[in-house]
Write a protein that binds this ligand. Structure first.
Ligand SMILES: [Zn+2]
Length: 96
């Protein structure tokens, strides 16, 4: 009986997210990996969570780039609008 046998399904599932984030101590990560290797149920849960996390990270990256572009566009638009308004404001005021 090795130290890895201390890991039961509840322990492993409670630490899946931490393990995916690489936050477990090396000895803990080895214990979780050893359990996953011999437990199809936990392995399935682990794979599902890993896919979810990868998908989430992909979405975050996909959203982040356009947001940076939108921020630049908004800034450029605000600047152009301000120039436009300040350059024609006198006429608009007298015309109104
Ligand atoms: Zn298990």
């Amino acid at each position: 009986m090795s130290a890895d046998d201390r890991w039961n399904c509840a322990d492993v599932r409670a630490r899946t997210a931490e393990h995916l984030d690489g936050e477990l101590a090396p000895a803990e990560a080895r214990g979780v990996d050893a359990h996953l290797a011999g437990c199809p149920d936990c392995r399935a849960g682990w794979e599902a969570e890993r896919r979810l996390l990868a998908d989430m990270r992909r979405r975050v990256q996909a959203v982040r780039a356009p947001e940076a572009v939108r921020a630049r566009l908004r800034a450029a638009l605000a600047h152009a609008l301000k120039e436009e308004i300040s350059s024609r404001a006198p006429h608009d005021v007298t015309d109104a």
